[in-house]
Each structure stands twice: as C-alpha cells, then as structure tokens.
Design a protein around this ligand. Structure first.
Ligand code: ADE
Length: 342
C-alpha cells in the first residue's frame, strides 16, 4: 500500500505526465500564435537549406502561453537534441561552462527564465552566442589570463516573462528573433480545450456551452484552460455528473474562479486598490505589501490579465482600477473620479 507521501508523489507525477501528454508535438497541433509560427518556419527552413543551426531565439510573454512548447517544437521539427535548463539553475560561471562544453554539434539549449541569470554568467554567454567561443579567466590579479575554447555550433532558445529585466546587450544577441507571445482568442482556447479533452479521453463529451464557459474563465491562456479541464473532469467524475455548463460552474466556483476567470488573489489585488487606495493610482510595492502577494506574481501573472480585461490600467503614477473593475466587484464608482484624475 502506498503511503500518503507516495500518493502525493504519484499524483504529482500523474499531473506532470498529463501535462506532457497535452503538449503539442507537431506544428499542426499548435493552435494560435500564427505570426510567430510563420516567422519560425522561415527561420528554420532557411537554416536547414544552409545546413546551419538556426540562430538564437528569444520568446517572451506572460506564463502559460506556450514558450516552452515552442522550444520543444523547434527541437522536434529540426530533429535536434534539446538540453533544458533555467536562469536560477545556472548559479556560477562554471555551471554554464559545463553546460556549453557538453553540448553536441547542432544541439538546442533551452534556458527558461533567462532574466534570472546573474551578470557574470550572462557575460560568458555573450561570446558563446556571438562567435561560439567560451572565454575563461584563469588565475587572479596580474597573472590572470583568458583562454578561449571553441564550442560546438548550437542554438540558444530562451524564454522570459520579464523582457524589461533583460539587458540590451543580451537581447541584441538573439539574432534569430525576439518574439512576444500574445494572449489567445476565445476560439483558440476552445480549440485547445477540445483537443485536450479528446486526449484525456473522458467518459462524457463536453457540451458546447460548457466548453465556452471554460474558455471564458481560462485567462486566454492554454495552461489555465488545461488546468480547468482537468479539475472539471475530476469534479464530474467524483460527483458522477455530466460535463455540462452547470458542472463547470460548480467546479470552478469551488476553485474560487469567477465568471471572468479571476482568482481570489486577482480579486484581492483589485479590491485593495479600490477599497484601501480609492481606486489608485498606487504603486506596485504598496499593493504587494497590502495584499501579502509577491510583487513578481502581481506583475507577471495578475496584472497582464487584469489589463487585458480592461479592469486595471498602468499609469506613470501607479496602478488604477477602472470603472469596469468597480462594477465587477460590486463597488459604487465615485461620480467625481474621472475629473479628480485630470
Ligand atoms: N497547449 C499549450 N499550448 C498550446 C497551443 N498553442 N496549442 C495547442 N495546445 C496547446
């Protein structure tokens, strides 16, 4: 019999397994982001024609929009091996040197959260990206000298949720392109949810209005859509219910996700701005302190969605809740609010 810890572990592994099953493995399965896909096709096809590795590529945008999936697709479609790491995992210059010297010719190196690389590591990356060489300083003081190692040709594919934190020398070395992933449309999210559901192979089919309900609450984000699909499926299974709009409503209410897809922490941020700071403008640090939420989470996860929905505005003076936010949360919008702000 498995212990509670083992069960937890199995559950986590089950979820990870499901997530990788839902990840598209061919371009044709990857829905949306058309402009990025079109550009990547040209880039990869041209590199293939010249028999060279594709140039370095950077993806940025809010979490869950498919940056890692695109990296996997690039590796899969070009038949290359991909080594995966992340900014926080590369602590020392030696860590990066070891990764780079262990690459095979033509490999793809994927660095997630590249904005979290430290400055010294970043500086080793410049010559590696530009001229395929690793400059290592040996010794200290007057006797220090630099030795240069030739690296196998490789392609760096990197991802970040915080493009503004990337230095411009690093950004400019992504000669293959810097691509911003956009939020998905409701139609695209519905297509992704439909595909995920067919992979998960549930007993019941999801009714169309139920699919629409999931799409509406998915933050225009495939990862969220897949998460909601799994939770709704669990709920329907446990309560022996069909996958109807009502079941979706019940399952998502239990998760604290409202009709606009806002979580309790999204609502807390908006409520705090309205209730404690008269709707703003108020700075990010103050909001983080007042809500006990992480600044980075507010900036990377909460705000992009609230802005996309038109519930929040970022102004030079700080964050401002819109009238739509007041209406959604049931607060009265002060009559003199707009004239006060001028
Ligand atoms: N899963 C995550 N992102 C996806 C996408 N863009 N298309 C299909 N399935 C996905």
């Amino acid at each position: 019999m498995s212990s509670p810890t083992q069960k937890k572990q199995e559950k986590r592994e089950d979820d990870i397994f499901l997530d990788s099953k839902l990840r598209p493995s061919k371009w044709a399965e990857y829905i949306g982001q058309k402009q990025i896909k079109d550009n990547l096709h040209i880039l990869l096809e041209a590199a293939r024609g010249r028999n060279q590795p594709p140039e370095h590529i950077l993806f940025y945008g809010p979490p869950g929009l498919g940056k890692t999936t695109l990296a996997h697709l690039i590796a899969h479609e070009t038949g290359r091996q991909m080594k995966v790491t992340s900014g926080p995992a590369i602590e020392k210059v030696g860590d990066l040197a070891s990764i780079l010297t262990n690459l095979s010719p033509g490999d793809i190196l994927f660095i997630d959260e590249i904005h979290r690389l430290n400055k010294m590591v970043e500086e080793i990356l410049y010559p590696a990206m530009e001229s395929g060489s690793l400059d290592i300083i040996i010794g200290k003081g007057p006797s220090a000298r630099t030795i240069q190692l030739d690296l196998p040709p490789f392609t760096l594919v990197a991802a970040t949720t915080r493009i503004a934190l990337l230095s411009s020398p690093l950004r400019s070395r992504f000669s293959g392109g810097v691509f911003r992933l956009e939020f998905y449309t409701d139609e695209e999210i519905k297509e992704i949810a439909r595909r995920s559901l067919s992979i998960l192979g549930t007993e019941h089919t999801l009714e169309d209005d139920a699919l629409e309900e999931i799409a509406r609450r998915s933050r225009f984000t495939p990862r969220t859509a897949n998460y909601l699909i799994k939770r709704v499926r669990d709920f329907a299974q446990v309560h022996k219910k069909s996958l109807s709009k009502k079941t979706v409503h019940e399952a998502l209410s239990l998760l604290g996700i409202d009709e606009l897809g806002l979580s309790s922490s999204d609502r807390k941020v908006l409520e705090t701005i309205i209730d404690k700071f008269d709707g703003g403008p108020v700075g990010l640090k103050t909001i983080a302190a007042a809500t006990a939420e992480e600044e980075a989470t507010i900036e990377e996860v909460t705000e992009p969605y609230l802005i996309q929905l038109g519930l929040l505005e970022r102004t030079a003076k700080g964050r401002v809740a819109t009238q739509k936010a007041y209406d959604h949360l049931g607060f009265d919008y002060p009559e003199n609010k707009d004239s006060n702000e001028c």
